[in-house]
Ligand binder design. Sequence first.
Ligand code: AFP
Length: 298
Amino acid sequence: MKLEEFLRLNAPEELAQVTAAIAGASIMVWENIPFKSGLLFDINPSGERQKAIDVFSNDAFVDALTGTEVVREVASEEMAEPVEAKGELSVAMDPLDGSSNVETNNPLGSIFGLYSKRLPCSGRSLLGALYVTYGNAITITLSFAKGVHRFVAVKKGAEMSFELLGLDLKIPEKPEVYGIGGSRKDWVQPVRDFVDSFEARGMRTRYCGTFVGDYNQVLSRGGIFAYPEQTGMPQGKLRVLFETAPVAYINEQAGGYATDGRRNILDIQPRRLAETSPAYMGSAPLLHELERLVSSAG
Ligand code: AFP
């Protein structure tokens, strides 16, 4: 089944329009990766150097989203202020997740949260979320409150389309892999102790340094992705609105659990667009165990 048909049968009209626009722009972004990986002399609002491909992907998705006429605002990790438009939906996005992986050809991604309220707001206002992975294939993993579904880009002749790859994906409860960001020496003690127990549980480490690349394998194999609170970085690194809340929403729809160590990530009410929080997500039993350990440590 093609993405368009799935959307027609399963998604509210405005979410269908936004998803189709993102799908089209994601192909354009992927096609431009080899041509636009030189450094620009520019800095994004979080102080990170912007590369040409970051700017290109930001502009491509902003244009595609505002072109739908159902989007009210687009906030992006790459912009200090949201772009205003005339529709009803607020979109928060990380247009190119893991862009420091461009040179090494590790997977990259794009993340989108589709919110009913003005930004910033909590993940409880998400109407849907999706992420794109640019790996050995381009996939879109999405949820509109009724399960998690995945599509893969397929080229037939000159035409590129997204075909259904998996319906109603569920995260395995038995954990198999783990990927933890930052530096082990800086993780808080309960996280270090918990991670030390993983090998004995038969889990293996897998980490590529792109959030959605790392989360995506957890969704398939079971386990945990985390970017913990660290010494000197108590709020972690990942942004709630653009990154962790949308993926936490998908994770929950797949039967998993996502926490900042003390509460469900979807309950965080960010006060700023770029607010970060510690993030732990994956198989529900493992994540509830982690939350108990971290929260009881104070
Ligand atoms: P870049 O976009 O600068 O490559 O950062 C990627 C990222 O925000 C996220 O995708 C990764 O999970 C995380 O950083 C990796 O950070 P560490 O290199 O500190 O583990």
